[in-house]
Every structure is written in structure tokens, then in C-alpha cells.
Design a protein around this ligand. Structure first.
Ligand SMILES: NC(=O)c1ccc[n+]([C@@H]2O[C@H](COP(=O)([O-])OP(=O)(O)OC[C@H]3O[C@@H](n4cnc5c(N)ncnc54)[C@H](O)[C@@H]3O)[C@@H](O)[C@H]2O)c1
Length: 369
């Protein structure tokens, strides 16, 4: 640590901020590193909070450092990260915007110099105070989680009313004020960021006496949505899935990552196993991580088709692109029955109807073979 810090002008803290027991962000990693930094620094440095941290953390880091170093030797800057897992390097090199929270002119100048080469196409570096920068990150993630959840609720309503969520999505997405992205319904958001950040923002709000009602609703709806395929499965098998064998395509919380933190697939697996069913899964990247967590409680297949052998139905939990265009004849020949429960709406209804499948998806008509 000393070797890296002594040479650097700008020091990034990209430490974990997992949820603490009450849901608020656990700052222990950040604050302990800040104290250590204070012991090492002997000339001016900019300390950058890159982790997602609650409002007031830049000040806490400053106080932790002051235990060991004088204030003229450093500034603490909030510089939240907006990259998407799976596109991390691209997003970092070509950011839509860079948010920098600092009230120090000296730190501002250095941060501007650092980021200028990455925004040559004109995307903005937005300077603001530390607290606003800290809140910007939470507001962005909470908004996106709310957008996804809103659409999931519209999908659930479509199922009750007989409307088609794909049509509704297309209908509203063409309005510029709404936008087409993040409107795809499914079995909820997961991952390392949305769940913990929504929870941490709700906790921050409640700590200052603000009842942020939308966030509570988002968390409650998403929790239910993650295993929303299970009631459909149980209803199809007349509430008895004991001994049934399910093939599961997708374990990661989203495609192009091996991250299984808060992955809907894990919630589905837990409920199926609790009801006495058997699961054989395939995921292109995430199987090792699941093996570490679940061991031999489920089976793991070498490819997507091997998972289907002798299974009663296929379940889909992650929208990996290789699951989008399967050989339906092969799927039919390997499954015991032609039944698919799709949590990510990967297939067109006409397509599955033509292939003779019973097909359950999200917010769309049930296709019965
Ligand atoms: N993953 C994302 O897509 C993403 C996007 C934006 C923001 N963030 C935020 O970035 C932060 C880090 O997230 P992550 O997903 O990269 O977490 P991570 O757990 O993958 O990485 C954290 C890193 O910190 C290291 N570390 C832990 N303790 C340390 C210590 N005492 N000294 C030095 N290194 C230490 C770990 O070894 C690990 O490499 C979080 O606050 C997260 O909310 C993550």
C-alpha cells in the first residue's frame, strides 16, 4: 500500500460497501483504509471515493484521515462510478458523464486533468459538491431499479388483464420522456449494486426522518418478482412438484457476468428445492460461483442442452444471448414434456406456439400446447 500511495497523486478507493445489518452501507473497509492512508501520506494527494457511499462519507473519510495527517496534505473527492458489469472497461473509457464532487479548486483541477482524455467526444464532467455527488449515484441506481420494477408491475397487471406487456412496452418506450431502455419485464433485478443501493438509500432517508415510500415498494415488489416463476410452475403441476426435475438456463443475475449476488435464479432454486424438486442448471460463466455456494444440492450441465435431459420442463432465469435462439426441436426431444417457464421473455409467442410448446413468460399470454 505504501509503495503505491507514495508514488500517486490521486488515490482511488474502490472498496466494498456491502449492506450492514440494518441495510445501510458498511463503511468499515473505507474508513479503515482511510486511517492507514493518513499514516502514509507526506505530500498533497487527492483521495477519491469511487465506491458507492452514503451522503456524508467524504466527510467521514476526511475525519478518519485527520487522525494521522494534516488537512493541507489531502482533499477527499466523491467520484461515483456508473459502469455496468459486463461492460466495465468500455463504460469506464467512454463514460456518459463523469460526476466529481469536491469543493476544493486544487482537487477539481487535478480531477479535470485526469478525466479530460476520456470525454473527448463531448460528454460532460459534472462538478458539484461532495454530498450531491454521493447522492447522484444512489439516485441513479434507485431510479433504474424503480423503472425496472414499475415495468414488472405493469407486466403482472397485463397477466391479470389479458394485455401484452411487449405491446405496452413498445407503446410507452417510443415516448422520449420515457425512453426504450430498462423497460424489459422479467424476474426482477439482482446483482451487487441495485439491491444494496436501494436498501442503503432507504436507510439513509429513514435516518434523517424521511419516509421514502417508493423505495420500500420497489424492494418489496422486486423481492416477490425474483421467484414469481415459482407460483406459475406450482399452479401448472397442481401444487405438487415433489420429485419433478427442472432444467434451469441461467444463474448469473444478468448476462455477460459470473456475478450471482442476489441473482433471481438462486431464489427460484431455493423454492424449488424446498418443495422437493430437482434442478439441473447451466450457465456459461456463473456455475463455479454457484457450486461454491450450493455444492451438490443441484446438478450442473456441460452445456445448455445437456441440462434438459429427462427434465419435466425448462426454466429460464438469465437472458444470455446463446439462450435466445435454441434449436427448439432438440429442446423438445430432450425434455420429458414440451414446457418452458421463461423469466426473461426470450421467445416470440408465435415461435413457441408453432414449435408446440406450453410456454409461460412474463406479462404475456400463456401458450398451451
Ligand atoms: N460492480 C459494479 O458494477 C459497481 C459499479 C459501480 C459502483 N460499484 C461500487 O464499487 C465498490 C466496489 O464494488 P465491486 O463490485 O468492485 O466490489 P468487489 O468486492 O468486487 O471489489 C472490492 C475490492 O476491494 C478489495 N479490498 C477489500 N478490502 C481491502 C483493503 N483493506 N485494502 C485494499 N483492498 C481491499 C477486494 O480485494 C476487492 O478486490 C462498491 O462500493 C460498489 O457499490 C460497483
Amino acid at each position: 500500500m505504501k509503495e503505491a500511495v507514495v508514488k500517486a497523486k490521486i488515490i482511488f478507493l474502490a472498496l466494498p460497501t456491502p449492506p450492514g445489518e440494518d441495510g445501510s452501507a458498511d463503511l468499515s473497509y473505507i474508513l479503515s483504509v482511510a486511517k492507514e492512508l493518513g499514516k502514509i501520506i507526506t505530500d498533497y494527494k487527492v483521495i477519491v471515493d469511487k465506491s458507492t457511499v452514503p451522503v456524508g462519507t467524504a466527510e467521514k473519510v476526511r475525519v478518519a484521515m485527520l487522525e494521522n495527517v494534516k488537512e493541507e496534505f489531502f482533499d477527499v473527492v466523491s467520484n461515483p462510478e456508473f459502469l455496468r458489469e459486463g461492460f466495465a472497461v468500455d463504460d469506464f473509457l467512454k463514460p456518459d458523464r463523469v460526476v466529481v464532487g469536491t469543493t476544493s479548486e486544487k482537487a477539481k483541477k487535478l480531477m479535470d486533468e485526469l478525466y479530460r482524455p476520456y470525454v473527448r467526444s463531448g460528454n460532460p464532467i459534472i462538478f458539484m459538491d461532495e454530498k450531491s455527488a454521493e447522492l447522484t449515484k444512489y439516485a441513479a441506481n434507485a431510479f433504474l431499479a424503480t423503472k425496472i420494477t414499475f415495468m414488472n408491475e405493469i407486466a403482472n397487471l397485463c397477466e391479470k388483464l389479458g394485455a401484452d406487456v411487449d405491446m405496452v412496452r413498445t407503446g410507452i418506450g417510443s415516448d422520449d420522456r420515457i425512453g426504450k431502455r430498462f423497460l424489459f419485464p422479467g424476474i426482477g433485478y439482482g446483482g451487487s449494486c441495485f439491491p444494496k443501493d436501494v436498501q442503503a438509500l432507504a436507510q439513509s432517508a429513514s435516518q434523517v426522518g424521511y419516509d421514502f415510500k417508493i423505495l420500500d415498494a420497489v424492494m418489496a415488489v422486486n423481492e416477490k418478482q425474483k421467484s414469481s416463476l415459482v407460483p406459475k410452475i406450482k399452479a401448472y403441476y397442481k401444487n405438487d412438484i415433489k420429485g419433478r426435475h427442472f432444467a434451469l438456463w441461467g444463474l448469473a443475475f444478468k448476462p455477460d457476468t459470473d456475478d450471482i449476488r442476489e441473482a433471481p435464479a438462486l431464489y427460484i432454486i431455493a423454492e424449488l428445492l424446498a418443495a422437493g424438486a430437482k434442478v439441473t442448471a447451466y450457465d456459461p460463466e456463473a456455475m463455479e460461483n454457484v457450486k461454491k455456494q450450493l455444492g451438490d444440492k443441484i446438478g450442473y450441465a456441460g452445456d445448455q442442452y445437456e441440462a434438459l435431459k429427462g427434465a419435466d420442463a425448462l426454466l429460464i432465469a438469465t437472458e444470455w444471448s446463446l439462450f435466445r435462439t435454441p434449436d427448439f426441436e432438440k429442446v423438445a426431444s430432450l425434455l420429458k414434456a414440451k414446457v418452458i417457464f421463461d423469466g426473461r421473455n426470450l421467445y416470440g409467442l408465435a415461435q413457441v406456439k408453432e414449435s408446440g410448446f406450453t410456454y409461460y413468460s412474463i406479462g404475456r399470454e400463456i401458450i398451451r400446447a
